[in-house]
Design a protein around this ligand. Structure first.
Ligand code: FRU
Length: 491
């Protein structure tokens, strides 16, 4: 190269980076920025991806548009942590720069293989290339330092859906069993237009064989199953997924799309997943989708989800960002086959000062505290003559968030005051004519996560306070004795 050409190249590179930087979106208002949840530095987030553990650290990626607070131009953002609590932002891991993924580096998972962190994701192509790949195909990327990822030269590794499969063919979740790799993918059956999950297997990650359909909607479970995840809890197998197209039914399935699971048994030889067709919603709030799990080094099954929902109002959008991920939750299976969610114990390290520790008798409302980000633990004891037991949060501008047990029907209700309450039946513990209810709340600047009793029922929703929330204990119709402990949580 001549000196003149070199100078020109340097100049063009500088201009390119400058244009990229001025185009870059930034956060213009911090009012709803969360204190202890994972968010992108700015721009858009949806699904968690590639949740894995590599060289002593948890790695988590997320669907991310770095240029705008809108979906589109999807990359993989990247954070890592030693303790699931303190996360560090890393450079963007994957960008949509190949013919097979130029319409977005869609969701996928991560595993460790031969000392590399390996990501498997869906390449969403702007144009399908009939000969080499369909509009959604599955790709690999490798990293030896957990930071820079190189896409596999022979991508796609699964180029086409099976013959009876529709073009919606995405969100690989990969795991190892004995000496084989398995991947589960979401798809639509072309003939029935029903959602389903497919299994592939591989000896070496590069060559994949189609094993077959793991499970399929028989008419009631939607037209497409997004983000399937398949794992074992206490010898049972869980198919966790996010179906699109389930219609609301009474108090159930009230969000645009759902996230839930089937529990069953699985036979690797026959690929037979036998379950009783009961789809249990994982969370009952407004904003919980595309959950993903990983197995921690100590054997815990840990889940994180997108703490939003497609097509919501996203009040933070005008501030240059949208979306966040839930706190990590450890999953166990109850004897009755229900998944219990417990915020991981590491989250205790977020507690700073104790805001409150007392036992009170509540009738009507009783002020507990003011806080923007707090963990509140309540053990309520009451007689069944009570009408409502729970909390009320004043979030400014005369708006209230109510979270309470409605004793007339034993349903727990989360009401953000927007005429769109969520409710579900909960198990009530009754001993010697007294009932008890444990409520554990993680409040952040624009979110609330509620865990009831042993974690068998949770509610996750975005809320948008216009001033510091004031939290009240609530007991209507009779007196409730409440043991309350509350901690301020650090940023
Ligand atoms: C789920 C989802 C996935 C897809 C990704 C695209 O929210 O639609 O199916 O891979 O988001 O961002």
């Amino acid at each position: 190269l001549k000196e003149k050409d070199l100078l020109l190249i340097i100049l063009l590179t500088i201009i390119f980076h400058y244009l990229r930087a001025v185009n870059c979106i930034s956060v213009t208002n911090e009012r709803y920025r969360l204190n202890y949840h994972i968010m992108a530095p700015a721009g858009w987030i949806n699904d968690p991806n590639g949740f894995s553990y590599y060289h002593g650290e948890y790695h988590l990626f997320y669907q991310h548009n770095p240029d705008n607070a809108t979906p589109g131009n999807i990359h993989w953002g990247h954070v890592k942590s030693e303790d699931l609590v303190h996360w560090k932002h890393l450079p963007i891991a994957l960008s949509p720069d190949k013919l097979y993924d130029n319409g977005g580096v869609f969701s996928g998972s991560g595993i460790v293989f031969k000392n590399s962190l390996v990501l498997m994701y869906t390449g969403n192509a702007n144009q399908s290339n009939g000969t080499y790949f369909s509009s959604q195909s599955q790709e690999l990327a490798f990293s030896s330092d957990g930071e820079r990822f190189i896409k596999y030269t022979n991508n796609p590794v699964i180029a086409f859906p099976p013959i009876d499969g529709g073009n919606a063919f995405r969100d690989p979740s990969i795991w190892q069993y004995k000496d084989m790799w398995y991947v589960i993918l979401g798809n639509q059956n072309n003939l029935t237009q029903q959602g389903r999950a497919l299994i592939y297997s591989s000896y070496n990650l590069h060559t994949w064989n189609y094993v077959g359909v793991l499970a399929e909607s028989t008419g009631n479970f939607g037209y497409m199953w997004e983000c399937p995840d398949f794992f074992e809890l206490k010898g049972r197998y869980i198919l966790l997924m996010s179906p699109q197209g389930i219609k609301a039914n009474g108090d159930d399935y009230k969000n645009l799309y759902q996230t839930g699971y089937f529990v069953g048994s699985y036979n690797y030889q026959t690929n037979n997943f036998s379950h009783n067709n009961v789809f249990i919603e994982m969370d009952h709030g407004h904003d919980f989708y595309a959950a993903q799990t990983m197995e921690a080094p100590d054997g815990r099954r840990i889940m994180i989800a997108w703490m939003d929902m497609w097509e919501s109002a996203y009040l933070e959008q005008e501030d240059g960002w949208v979306g966040a991920l839930t706190i990590p939750r450890a999953l166990t299976l109850s004897p009755s086959g229900k998944i219990l969610q417990k915020p991981v114990d590491e989250l205790r390290s977020l507690r700073t000062s104790t805001l409150l520790r007392s036992t009170i008798n509540v009738k009507g409302v009783s002020k507990l505290l003011d806080a923007r980000s707090a963990e509140i633990l309540i053990k309520a004891t009451f007689k069944s003559t009570v009408a409502r037991v729970g909390i009320q949060i004043d979030i400014g501008n005369c708006s209230k968030v109510l979270a309470y047990l409605d004793k007339s029907n034993n349903k727990f209700v989360l009401d953000r005051g927007d005429n769109d309450p969520r409710k579900t039946l909960i198990d009530v513990v009754n001993r010697d004519n007294f009932e008890t209810l444990k409520i554990r709340i993680f409040l952040d600047k624009s979110s609330i996560e509620i865990f009831l009793n042993d974690g068998g029922t949770t509610f996750t929703s975005r809320i948008y306070p216009s001033s510091t929330p004031a939290v009240y204990a609530l007991s209507e119709g009779a007196v409730t004795r409440m043991k309350v402990v509350a901690y301020e949580l650090k940023n």
